[in-house]
Design a protein around this ligand. Sequence first.
Ligand code: PGA
Length: 245
Amino acid sequence: MHIIVTESYDASAAFVADMIAELINKKPDCKLGLATGGTPVPIYKKLIGKNAAGEVDFAQVRTVNLDEYCGLAGDHDQSYRYFMDTNLFDHVNINKANTFVASGLGDPAANAAELDAKVAEGGPCDLQLLGIGNNGHIAFNEAGDCLKAESHIETLTESTIRANARFFEKEEDVPTTAITMGMKGILSAKCLVLVATGAAKADAIRQLVCGGEITTHNPSTFMKLHPNAWVVIDRALADAAGYKG
Ligand code: PGA
């Protein structure tokens, strides 16, 4: 794994935005795996700025997102489709027909099958952007005794519901289930880029970057099996995690 320690979270966001822009410039019709949550927002802001400055062209870019809350329609302001539209897609010259966020409504099994079909369509993602939960989850593959290879419906843990409550009016409003890309879909990407900041992630990041253990109790550790995986953290988080590199 490539472990990059930056001076600040803004520098991490700049590093990752540059990586994505370079990929798009090299391969204009690349396929990006995208993530939601608080962490990617500054990365998307920088990509919007680069697109406005004519430094990167999204016209042919294809995207597939990691997950979506069950029970929320795409126009709900906490759905991940809405997040992607308002934080990135509405502000760059991407063709929205080439973007995919799984449906949180309708038949869960059919939605999961559709997500896996989109992950496979046209070949693997050139780059998969990842955040990490305080419990080590990636996408909504929650920490536990087992993980699932295929896309599926996941019951969110208390830790995840608590962490995501900040985006909702009250904790009871956070959906308790979500559709998520499975571990196989995530690991199928040609390049994985996990970005994290904040002391709440220190324990999860310690297990990821210090030592060689892989455990279903911290799904991010499966990144260690991937030949081209990057972890981008700022100095404050590296110190909190006890990373000495
Ligand atoms: P966050 O979420 O970026 O809002 O911290 C990350 C995650 O849960 O994967």
